[in-house]
Each structure stands twice: as C-alpha cells, then as structure tokens.
Design a protein around this ligand. Structure first.
Ligand code: NDP
Length: 488
C-alpha cells in the first residue's frame, strides 16, 4: 500500500514538468512524480533524485495514493487531448476537495469549461499560466493561477515556494476564478509578441537603415538595457546578436531562416481582443508580422516579380554616414521603442480590464504587473511603473493617461515620428512602430474620419448614425429627398 507522503505531485516529466518537479523538491516540497512512460521518471530520479524528496510512481493510482490530502496534482503533459485525458483520469481517482492544476498553455475558454466540469464532481480545477520556459520552471517562473479561493489556500504557499522573486516578492498571485489565470497568461504572451517584434524592428532599422553590424547592434542593446528599456528580452537580444555561427564563422543572425514560428497564444490574444472589442493593434501587427515572415512562397514570388521600392532602399544614407547623426538616430529608435512598448502594454492591460468585466473576474492589474517583474519572458524594470500606476487607485481608461506614461510618450513622440517617417521613406517595414503611433494619434484625435464611415454605412445599408448635437439614432433617406428620420 502506497504511503501518502507527498504534498504535491507532477504528472508529465518532459522538459517543463521535470524542471518544475526539481524546483518543487529543491524548495522543501515532497514531490510525487508520474509520467506515462516510466523511463522519464527513472531518468529524473537517477539524474536529480538527490536534489530533494521525490516519490516516483509507476501508475497513476500509485501517484494519487502517494499524495497527502487535499491531493494536489500539477499536469504538465502535451496540451489538448492528452491534457483532457489526464484531467479525467486524475478526477476518477481523486476525491472531493482535491485539486487538479493544469500548468500548460491552455486556451482560457477551455479552462472555463474544464473547471466547470471538474467543479461539478466536487474537485477544484486550477488553470495556471506559467511563464519563463524550461529555465524559469527550474529556477523560478512567474505563475498566474486561476481557480477557487479555497484551492489557493493550499496551492498558494506551494507556488510561492518555487516562484521567481522580484524585489523581495514572489512572482505569483491568485489571479481570479476559473480561466482567469490562463487568460492573463495569454495576454502576457500577446504583449511578448509585440515586445519581440518591436525589438526586431529596431534591429532592422539599425542593420538595414544604418548599416551597423550585428556586433555593433548587440552593443546598442547592451547600452539600452542600462536604462528605461532594461528587460530580459533586450538582454537576450544582445546575446543572440553577439553569437557567431560555429560552422560558418558568420554572425548567427545571418544563418537563421527569417521565418518566425508561433504556437497560438498571440493569435488567441488577438481573437479574444476582437471578441471583446479591444483594439490591440500592436499585438495584432506583431502576430501578422510573424505570419507574413512565414509566407515563404509569396515572399519568394515577390522577389521574382521584383516589387519596386523607394529609390534608395533600406538605407538612411545621410544618418548612416555621419557619426553624430547616426548616434542621434539610434537614440530616436530607443525612444520609439519605449513609446511603442508603452502602447503595447496599454492595449494588453485594456484587454485584461475588458476581459475581467465580461468574464466576471476581479483582476488586480497592479498585482499582475508586479508578478511579471521576475521569472517571465517580458520581465522588465518598467513593470514597476505599471504597478505604481494601477496601485495608485486612480481610475484611468488607458495607461497612456497615467501621468508618468503620458509624459514618457509625449517626450518620445518626436523621435517616434522621425523613426516611422524614415522607415517608410527607406522602405523598411515597421508594422508595430507605425501602428502603435497611429493608435496614439487616433486616441488623441478630437474627431476621427469614422464619421464618414457612418455616412457611407447609412447610405448603402441604412445602418443609421448618431448626431453630435442631439441624442438618438438617425437615418437619412438618401434615395429620396435626403431628409432625416429619427429612429427612436
Ligand atoms: P510536451 O508538450 O512536449 O509533452 C510531453 C509530455 O506529455 C511527456 O511527459 C509525455 O509523456 C506527455 N504526454 C503526451 N501525450 C500524452 C498522453 N496521451 N497521455 C499522457 N501523457 C502524455 O512537454 P513540455 O514539457 O514541453 O510541455 C508541457 C506543457 O507545458 C505543455 O502543455 C506545454 O504547452 C506547456 N509549456 C509551457 C511552457 C511555458 O513556458 N509555460 C513552455 C513549454 C511548454 P511521454 O514521456 O510518456 O511521452
């Protein structure tokens, strides 16, 4: 008979599950471990068994039997059907009050459905976003658990024991009920897409526009990391750009295919934003930019057809030649990156605010910014400013209205405009820089040409319009005498 000694269990011991189990064991937890094929379990124990207390199980029954009550099991198997199968298999063996945690990248609507089904069986179901990849899982991830308050009582201390620590605080907080954790993780990833694309656009402007070498650009990013842009993504950008391909001796960046992959969380963020009616233009353009990079045949065809560009393509000849101008342009790019990044975060946080309303979650946006300061991919110094903004308790519709960010963007905007204008003139695509600037300009415009669109819609489809000087809904009799009819 198996003894119940483990306070936590992990199912699925591939890269993520093995790292998470080791992290748990290293922090004083007794960890039950199970994998479909026992070999992975054996490997984990033989290679890392000395790092803490593990309880290896050959069967799921043995695994469940080795957990203390309330039994808490973290699932780290392949997303989709395998996760569903594992949830059901565990639920069949568990008892009311036990907790099943899905720490994979699940779609939050699936988590909502799964939570409902598992709750009906008297168990707790926690969809937990985990960011930081394999290294984060081992050394301290940022974690975004959803689920009930009751499950957080048991799970909270365990997750706090293994989370990354930023400024003395663990990077985990109870996000909200059912799918809230996976929703917030999804938006985190959407912001990550925008952040990465902005860095890539900055690189392109310096490489093609100024003719800098990857090594020189790596140094620029190193320098940027010392200021407002200090972040993990900027740091790893320097590392990638410094790297030389061992086989060819060329810069690594030049031997990598320029086709960006994606696993779906960026797409979910944009699809969800469209459903919620939140314009996440920066994230959207970042997702499309990855998609466009991978339209290989279309891009090859464009080369064959020789689609024409500007006369001097891809080079800012004046700025590139003069060291002072070059320095000034690099500073412009830094400012443009900072401003566009603020827009991407503002849009992502708007999506969370709207999601909270629609799905009935009480999201603490200040706390979410705080748990993203460590462990996760978008960890950055600037998240302190976001948490300050939300913690101030002031009601504002956008981060762009917060005094700190308002001033930062206003200060950066001349640079931002110069960068977008130079890129457009040189034919270098900067979809997230330019769409973020367009978003900013649209937001601050007193009147938008949407009035004309309303006129067109009323003319061809009798879709009606509102008037600026009178409440109500109106329709113009375009085909007749163009008189106006009030609809209500
Ligand atoms: P994989 O996604 O590669 O999945 C492999 C694991 O799933 C193995 O343990 C495998 O068992 C198990 N598995 C596959 N099919 C089944 C099945 N039908 N029944 C039982 N077990 C099955 O592992 P990763 O470690 O890369 O990722 C685990 C989860 O974490 C995924 O949901 C992934 O999306 C998520 N993830 C999250 C990241 C993050 O940063 N948060 C990063 C990477 C992944 P076996 O060894 O027997 O084949």
């Amino acid at each position: 008979m198996t003894q119940a000694v483990a306070n936590i269990g992990v199912v699925g011991l591939a890269a993520m599950g093995a790292s998470l189990s080791r992290n748990l064991a290293r922090h004083g937890n007794t960890v039950a471990v199970f994998n479909r094929h026992y070999l992975r379990t054996q490997t984990l124990i033989s290679e890392h068994g000395s790092e803490g207390k593990f309880v290896p199980a050959q069967t799921l029954e043995e695994f469940v039997g080795s957990l203390t009550k309330p039994r808490t099991a973290i699932i780290m198997v392949k997303a989709g059907e395998p996760t569903d199968e594992m949830i059901n298999a565990l639920a069949d063996l568990m008892e009311p009050g036990d907790i099943i945690v899905d720490a994979g990248n699940a779609y939050f609507k699936d988590t909502i459905k799964r939570e409902k089904a598992i709750r009906a069986r008297g168990l707790h179901y926690v969809g937990c976003g985990v960011s930081g990849g394999e290294e984060g899982a081992l050394l301290g991830p940022s974690m975004m658990p959803g689920g009930t308050d009751e499950s957080w009582q048991t799970l909270g201390p365990i997750l706090k024991s293994i989370a990354a620590v930023a400024e003395g605080e663990p990077c985990v907080t109870h996000i909200g009920s059912d799918g809230a954790g996976h929703f917030v993780k999804m938006v985190h990833n959407g912001i990550e897409y925008a952040d990465m694309q902005l860095i890539a656009e900055s690189y392109d402007l310096m490489r093609r526009g100024l003719g800098l070498t990857p090594e020189e650009i790596a140094e620029v990013f190193e320098d940027w990391d010392k200021g407002d842009l200090n972040s993990y993504l900027v740091q790893i950008t320097s590392e990638v750009l410094h790297h030389t391909d061992a086989k060819t001796g060329k810069p690594f960046i030049d031997i990598v295919k320029d086709q960006a992959g994606m696993k779906g969380t960026g797409t979910w963020t944009v699809q969800t934003a469209l459903e919620l009616g939140v314009p996440v233009t920066g994230i959207g353009e970042a997702v499309f930019a990855r998609g466009l990079s991978s339209t290989v045949e279309l891009r090859q065809e464009a080369q064959v057809k020789g689609l024409g560009g500007p006369k001097v393509e891809g080079a800012f000849s004046a700025s590139a030649a003069d060291p002072a101008e070059r320095k000034a342009f690099i500073e412009d790019v830094r400012q443009a990156l900072y401003a566009s990044k603020i827009v991407a975060y503002a849009q992502g946080f708007n999506e969370m605010e709207e999601g909270a309303k629609v799905y009935n979650w009480k999201l603490d946006l200040g706390a979410i910014a705080r748990i993203w300061r460590g462990g996760c991919i978008i960890r950055a110094k600037f998240l302190n400013r976001i948490s300050d903004a939300y913690d101030s308790g002031e009601q504002f519709g956008s981060l762009l209205f917060d005094p700190f960010f308002k001033k930062a963007v206003e200060g950066a905007q001349d640079s931002w405009r110069r960068v977008v204008a130079s890129a457009v003139a040189a034919g270098i695509p900067v979809p997230v820089f330019s769409s973020s600037l367009a978003y900013y300009d649209a937001l601050r415009s007193k009147r938008l040409p949407a009035a004309l669109i309303q006129g067109q819609r009323d003319l061809f489809g009798a879709h009606t319009y509102g008037r600026v000087d009178e409440p109500g809904i109106f329709h113009t009799l375009w085909a007749a005498d163009k008189s106006e009819v009030k609809q209500d």
